[in-house]
Design a protein around this ligand. Sequence first.
Ligand code: GTP
Ligand code: MG
Length: 238
Amino acid sequence: RRGIRRISTGVKALDELLGGGIETKAITELVGEFGSGKTQLCHQLSIIVQLPEDRGGLKAKALYVDTENTFRPERIMQIAKYRGLDPQEALRNILYARAYNSDHQMMIIEESKKIIEKENIGLIVIDSLVAHFRSEYPGRENLAERQQKLNHHIAQLLRIADIYNVAVVVTNQVVAQPDVFFGNPLKPAGGNVIAHGATYRVWLRKGKENVRIAKIFDSPYHPEREVTFRITEEGVVD
Ligand code: GTP
Ligand code: MG
């Protein structure tokens, strides 16, 4: 597509799988169980977006929407240092917003247009996209309302990504599929709304110790191949 730019994940194998990194004008969903590396990748992308183009970035800032209070400034500074950036400056280039509930989360995204128009934003992170929606609209009786709100939220994210040529990265949880006896007993939360709304879907799972495994799913354009990476003191690495 025209005008799209790419942000390196900082992991060569993962970049290759994604066709060069995560794309602007698109929503990339990171889905996986707890500890699979979703938040660590969000941290790392918020740093790499700041690097110049020849090092995989966009020389731009990140907007980080944190719904679960898992943003770690010390971790940002640690990874930034490894990537050759001034840690304090790297942290300042991440515009942080804590979303306290789903309405607040949607409002932050609505308001983000004003910030993007003023600041050079290359990446929007929402970690996690679905957590508030799932806890505020539990059960079957709330499903329709929840999915309708999520749908609106995702459509707005996609519009912003497209208009401002920014990348959007969201995290998603996995939920049990109790009726599945063969195959994967886990599936991404958010149902069809996220399945259709996310441009690219990356499934992360845990390997031994600090090893993590990633694959792209639901995409006719990407290989089903799996790649591995590690989470270390330096961040997310090959
Ligand atoms: P949930 O949000 O709980 O669903 O998990 P997540 O997918 O966001 O996992 P996250 O990205 O938080 O990954 C957690 C893993 O990263 C931990 O199990 C640690 O192994 C590793 N990790 C996190 N912080 C550090 C750190 O500062 N140093 C090192 N070496 N590893 C870290
Ligand atoms: Mg997390």
